[in-house]
Write a protein that binds this ligand. Structure first.
Ligand code: SF4
Length: 230
């Protein structure tokens, strides 16, 4: 974004967000790049779009580490959307139990697989409208697939992006979809996916939900929460 156009856009956003964070968004992106240069993709293991879709559904209210532990055996047992669509739900529940919320997740996985077969000839769609039309797939899951499989720029509002974007002051909203659209206005498009993955890394290493390490955080000068609480 250039000069006057950028200032005009940012002036509007300043009215409801934290000025130092919005004004210094390029510095924030630079520091993220310095701190997490390699973190540009998801840490969920996958070999194709379908596996990533299923892994992302499983990662809700869980951790990528826990999901990565069970998916090698899971994807050996269920190789295709057809395999999941015809799964015995009680057996699938046991297969994914350790990731939590296994009843809801198994229901979503079976119905999502049926949708892929019935609506999209067995192929994971490559756009947000079609992806979010799948059973159990919200914008976060769809954006993970779009960013990591189809090379699209997407803001992925998971628990870390939600918490840290709010703490920094880049949004005043708590609703994930509103946060996604707030961030899309402040961050230039070519940085959407990278920002998401790097903020997730920040959430796992420094900006913890409980006791964030503000004293050693390089974002402290630009962070609303840090300035108010550190
Ligand atoms: S200053 Fe504190 S709250 Fe702000 S990003 Fe850093 S660790 Fe998180």
């Amino acid at each position: 974004m250039k000069g006057k156009k950028k200032n005009k856009k940012h002036n509007k956003i300043f009215q409801s967000t934290y000025r130092p964070a919005v004004k210094n968004i390029d510095k924030i992106l630079d520091i993220l790049n310095q701190q997490y240069p390699e973190t540009t993709t998801t840490s969920l293991s996958h070999k194709n779009a379908f596996q990533l879709l299923i892994s992302t559904i499983l990662s809700a209210q869980s951790t990528d580490k826990l999901v990565n532990k069970i998916t090698p055996a899971l994807f050996k047992k269920y190789r295709t959307p057809e395999n999941f669509a015809s799964a015995d739900i009680n057996i699938l529940q046991e297969d994914i139990r350790s990731t939590g919320f296994f009843r809801n997740k198994s229901n979503s996985i079976i119905n999502c697989s049926k949708d892929i077969i019935n609506k999209f000839s067995g192929k994971v769609p490559d756009n947000i409208e079609d992806l979010t039309s799948l059973h159990g797939v919200g914008r976060k899951t769809a954006n993970v697939v779009l960013a990591n499989i189809f090379g699209r720029q997407a803001i992925i509002v998971d628990t870390h992006v939600k918490r840290i974007s709010y703490r920094l002051g880049l949004t005043i909203n708590s609703d994930a979809v509103k946060i996604e659209f707030d961030l899309m206005k402040i961050i230039s498009k070519e940085n959407w996916s990278r920002y998401s993955h790097q903020i997730i890394a920040l959430g796992r290493t420094i900006c913890f939900a409980k006791k964030p390490k503000c004293a050693v955080c390089r974002f402290l000068p630009y962070c609303r929460y840090g300035q108010e609480n550190a």
